[in-house]
Design a binder for this molecule. Structure first.
Ligand code: MGP
Ligand code: SAH
Length: 271
């Protein structure tokens, strides 16, 4: 009797050990698959430099139609607003004339224009008159404007955007718009090294000067900023206007990962 119990005990131990082994095996296999997915570099095409490899892996989050011929340079890769976030910016912008003042390779301008196109196709003539404006996309870099035009064609919205090669700070006094969208350079991927990203670190001018220039055109301003930005400073921007502007600050995630922070000022806050 004692022997049987001992035997059963041994068998149970053996079975448990077997199960554990199998479980461990399965776990390890799963881990390898993950590693494989993240680190396998063999399918990265030639010409994609090591510093943009991580962005290449996110290419369909940046442009869902990436495979149709999207073009970007290095700065474009690390600066373009992920498509879902750009859609959110467009939805919040209302239905007036939007100027994308630092348009890069077109991530945002395309989504502003897409929303406009959908509105034009769906609504009646009086609504059309209200929406008869284009999106304006400004970038100082002619090559970026070329990429942006190419990318807008892929999304079928090139006729809804006026592309301007120029310096936003020089053009600003001439601009009229309902909403200004600002996603200036943050100083490259090393922006994240700062414990708190201060508005003074924005390029080519600090965030306070940028905001002051922008609000001469309209109080309705959208700023796309680093996820480590000093949020108190962002709130302070609303006090540069008298009376202070409404401000709404939101965190923008893609697939559960925080990518940036958007501040909406003026009538579009909480809209
Ligand atoms: P990231 O932090 O460099 O990438 O940029 P990621 O993949 O989140 O890094 P990880 O290693 O932490 O996983 C995140 C997002 O910020 C990019 O997809 C861009 O939309 C935006 N972004 C990054 N930079 C450096 C800039 C910039 O200079 N200007 C603007 N406008 N946006 C930027
Ligand atoms: N939102 C864009 C990315 C913007 S990156 C997208 O989704 O693609 C910032 C851009 O600002 C760069 O393309 C850079 O060429 C441009 N830029 C820098 N200084 C500028 C200036 N003074 N006026 C206009 N554009 C400028």
């Amino acid at each position: 009797m004692e022997q049987r119990v001992e035997k059963e005990g041994k068998n149970r131990n053996a079975t448990e050990k077997g199960l554990k082994k199998r479980r461990r095996k399965r776990k390890i296999r799963r881990r390898i698959v993950d590693t494989h997915k993240v680190h396998l570099c063999s399918d990265v095409p030639e010409g994609v430099s090591p510093c943009i490899t991580k962005y290449w892996y996110q290419r369909y989050n940046l442009f869902s139609r990436y495979d149709e011929g999207i073009e970007m340079d290095e700065e474009g890769w690390f600066s373009v607003t992920p498509e879902d976030i750009a859609i959110r910016h467009a939805e919040k912008s209302g239905n007036g004339l939007v100027i994308d003042c630092f348009s890069g390779v077109g991530g945002n301008a395309i989504q502003f224009a897409h929303l406009l196109k959908v509105a034009m196709l769906c609504f009646s003539v009086p609504m059309l008159l209200q929406w008869c404006c284009h999106v304006i996309a400004i970038d100082i870099n002619a090559r970026k404007v070329g990429y942006s035009l190419n990318n807008a064609r892929i999304y079928g919205v090139e006729d809804y955007i006026d592309f301007i090669i120029g310096d936003f700070f020089l053009l600003a006094p001439l601009l009229k718009a309902d909403v200004l969208f600002l996603s200036p350079p943050w100083g490259g991927p090393s922006y994240i090294a700062a414990e708190k990203f201060s508005l003074q670190m924005l390029k080519p001018k600090d965030g306070y000067s940028l905001f002051q220039v922008a609000q001469k055109t309209t109080p309705n301003i959208i700023m796309f900023l680093p996820r480590n930005v000093d949020v108190n400073q962002v709130e302070e921007l609303s006090w540069l206007s008298s009376p202070p502007l409404e401000v709404e600050i939101e965190e923008n995630y893609v697939k559960g990962k925080l990518k940036g922070i958007t501040a909406y000022f003026g009538d579009i806050a909480y809209g």
